[in-house]
Design a protein around this ligand. Structure first.
Ligand code: F3S
Length: 765
């Protein structure tokens, strides 16, 4: 046997060996039941089933109940998740969890001469620590108290920190950020989720996922010249398009896999989010072993090595779709603008620019981010920059470098790469998301002006990076971004075009080179991790006067009776997405303050009665007012209310605020023709009643000023319809049936007032 190894250096009391033993046990059951070869994705997913014996398993059909190994949260989405966890009253999170301060840090690209610091990042970080102080203080104190590892601002980007410290082959994690799949580079099944899912797993509830389909990508050959791992995913994105991965795990296999570095595999999995994939995964191999060893986890690597038959696909397994890619023939790819699936091979890019009249003059080049800031990436980019310096030239346009973590920043500083970037005219930003998430104070281009930028990031939707919808953003590898920044023009092809050196002579750029891992090991840099305490003497810091944060009260339990004479707050007509229910944009600053953000509740929904948005009649006064104001008026009088809606109510992003807000403002039920499933579940979690018209035509029966009673709650049971009794303003009544999809567990949530209340009750008993 192999020696026991801890899950991570911060979790010395939990062992990877135990996780593997649990996976093996579950897989034995699943193999007996399915009796067929399994893909890697299936092994890892089914290896985390809550009930392997009785779980129905049909790819693309069944809903699996799973037990992830860990949770990671970024600072924007962590706020409401942690607030909800606290409201449960549970003392510690059920699985190892971490918080990462990366999204709230702004990146500036003011010219270097204006700066008092060598690195832009220093100033940006200082600024963020001041403006976000209350959020950071809250997250730090809550982390300390409830057993959540806290990575301070400046530590780096969530996905890079997870790869460096926590990801392990065969593991399963959820993260409250879409690029969580980055950890697939270490063979982890890592899925991006909403805050509600994170709360469940931290509270010890199983996590639900529709059994993913599996898309196989078979790699042969070897990358060469200017081609890099980024080009693999840019190419795959071009083939599968932004929707092609929906409901599926993309699983890479074949002899080409061993020719990609572990961090390169991370890049590929990271950007798999752009094709809508649930996640992407690579089989365990020597490259992962090397990376684990280089990040002080050789013990863990040895355990994984001994477990490797479970960390790759079975011979003869079946994929739902197969894509073949020969890396030896793969050209560098540039994707965009405005969508990540518009792939152009380098040799055809200049023509595409001309044909589509996209601005070929470059305005900025940005490298790094969670997608592409490995040591190898930085080495290859620096090798291009060095060639420019040798010829006496610099980047022609603003060129920024976002290190993915403090460890990467410190290591590339020690090894002289930051110096190269600075000399070539680059600005090193903070170890954070910065321009990638739109936290970019751009000064050289006015809003609305068409211009082109190129990044080594993953997303390039309009206005994503700088808030300017006229910015044409392209994505490619960091080495190509560097070459374009030096040329100052996107029609430049480093494989065949030349540049002019300081002496007037023409120079050609050689293909980039670079070490996969630092020969002198990583330099951890400044300590940025705060370990949890035993929690006893920690008070969680929330200023009662805060506008951004508010502690939550547990919702009230069911009173044991039917719901009597609820008012219809709004009868919504047509599309009502989670964005109509809880708008984003300027409201996001209140995401940690339920009462304040509730002022956006349903303000985008169309009122069927007057065909207006955010205008409903307050039935107590007869006056028209904003939807949240009317809801507050009913709540103040203790009058329950319901929402009536159309088809596919609550589609869109899974934001939990869309369920929390109506519950907070006194809503009790949502009665619609049909639900988007995630929103339906989120409503159940908050103790609401999501119900559907048994006969969709009954939608027309309900008048906007009727009172609705929901009958049958005393005998509430799975599969059993409920009855709604409607009372019109003239006193006449009507009845109709509504269906519900609650299971036994979820009925407990309803009775307790919320899923969290139910978990807390269970923990106490
Ligand atoms: Fe951050 Fe951009 Fe990655 S927002 S997590 S660096 S995709």
């Amino acid at each position: 046997g192999v020696a026991k190894a801890p899950l991570s250096k911060y979790e010395q009391d939990q062992y990877i060996n135990d996780r593997y033993a649990a996976i093996e046990d579950r897989l034995k059951v699943v193999r007996r039941r399915l009796n067929r070869p399994l893909t890697l994705a299936e092994k890892v997913v089914y290896g985390h089933l809550d009930d392997p014996e009785h779980q129905e398993i049909k790819r693309g059909v069944s809903y699996l109940r799973l037990r992830p190994d860990r949770v990671a949260m970024q600072d924007a989405t962590a706020q409401m998740a942690v607030l909800q966890f606290i409201s449960s009253g549970l003392p510690r999170t059920a699985v190892p969890s971490t918080i990462h301060c990366d999204h709230l840090i702004e990146g500036t690209t003011a010219p270097q001469a204006d700066r008092d610091n060598k690195f832009g990042g220093v100033a940006d970080l200082k600024h963020a620590v001041t403006t976000n102080k209350e959020v950071y203080d809250f997250l730090a104190s809550a982390g300390s108290k409830y057993g959540i590892g806290f990575w301070r601002p400046g530590s780096g980007i969530i996905h890079q920190i997870v790869l460096e410290n926590y990801a392990f082959p065969g593991g399963m994690m959820i993260g409250t950020d879409s690029h969580t799949p980055n950890a697939g580079g270490l063979g982890m099944c890592a899925v991006g989720v909403g805050g509600a899912d994170a709360v469940d797993v931290m509270a010890g509830l199983p996590w639900e996922l529709k059994a993913p389909k599996v898309i196989g990508v078979r790699l042969t050959g070897k990358l060469n010249k200017w081609s890099s791992p980024k080009d693999i995913i840019c190419k795959v994105a071009g083939i599968l398009t932004v929707k092609g991965g929906t409901g599926a795990i993309v699983e890479y296999y074949g002899p080409g896999v061993d020719n990609i570095s572990c961090t390169g595999m991370g890049t590929i999995c990271n950007m798999g989010a752009e094709i809508g994939a649930t996640t992407s995964m690579f089989p365990y191999n020597k490259r992962m072993y090397d990376y684990l060893a280089a990040t002080e986890r050789e013990g863990l690597a040895k355990v994984a090595d001994a477990f490797r038959e479970h960390l790759r696909a079975d011979e003869g397994c079946e994929y739902d779709q197969i894509i073949e890619l020969n890396l030896s023939e793969l050209e560098p790819q540039i994707n965009g603008p405005f969508t990540p699936d518009l792939a152009h091979p380098l040799s055809k890019f200049a023509d595409a620019l001309k044909k589509n009249k996209w601005p070929s003059e470059l305005k900025a080049g940005l490298i790094g981010s969670c997608t592409n800031s490995s040591y190898e990436d930085m080495q290859r980019a620096a090798s291009v920059a060095r060639q420019a310096l040798a010829a006496g030239i610099k980047a022609k346009v603003p060129f920024t470098i976002t290190p993915g973590s403090e460890q990467i920043r410190a290591t590339i500083e020690r090894d002289g790469l930051l110096d190269v970037f600075n000399k070539v005219g680059g600005t090193v930003l903070a170890n954070a998301c910065g321009p990638c998430i739109g936290q970019w104070k751009r000064t050289e281009v006015v809003k609305g002006e068409a211009n082109s930028i190129i990044t080594s990031y993953n997303r390039n939707f309009a206005a994503r990076n700088d808030g300017n919808p006229a910015t044409h953003a392209f994505v490619t590898s960091p080495e190509l971004v560097t070459a374009f920044a030096i040329a100052g023009d996107l029609s430049f092809n480093p494989e065949k075009d030349t540049l002019v050196g300081a002496d007037g002579k023409e120079i050609s750029l050689e293909a980039p080179t670079g070490d996969e891992l630092p020969s002198r090991g990583f330099d951890a840099g400044v300590a940025t991790y705060q370990a949890p305490s035993d929690g006893k003497n920690v008070t969680v810091k929330v200023d009662p006067a805060s506008k951004r944060l508010q502690l939550l009260e547990p919702f009230k339990a069911w009173d044991g009776g039917d719901l009597k004479e609820a008012l219809v707050l709004i009868k919504a007509k047509g599309k009502c997405t989670t964005d109509h229910i809880s708008m984003a944009g300027p409201w996001l600053k209140y995401r940690g303050h339920l009462d304040n953000i509730s002022n956006n509740m349903l303000i985008g929904a169309l009122n069927a009665e007057n065909e207006q948005v955010n205008s409903v009649k307050n039935q107590l006064t007869g006056e028209y007012d904003a939807v949240p104001a009317v809801a507050r008026a009913y709540k103040a009088k203790g009058i329950p209310w319901v929402v009536v809606g159309d088809e596919n109510y609550g589609e869109g992003s899974s934001r939990e605020h869309a369920a929390l807000e109506p519950r907070h403002l006194g809503g009790r039920a949502v009665i619609v023709k049909s639900f988007a499933r995630i929103h339906e579940t989120n409503l159940k979690k908050q103790g609401m009643l999501p119900l559907t018209f048994a006969n969709p035509a009954d939608y027309d029966k309900v008048g906007p000023f009727d009172k609705l009673s929901i009958l049958g709650l005393k005998t509430f049971a799975p599969g059993k319809p409920l009855t709604v009794e409607g009372k019109r303003p003239d006193g006449s009544t009507y009845n109709f049936q509504v269906n519900q999809t609650f299971n036994d567990n979820q009925i407990e949530w309803f009775k307790a007032g919320s899923a969290l209340n139910a978990m807390a009750q269970k923990a106490k008993s």
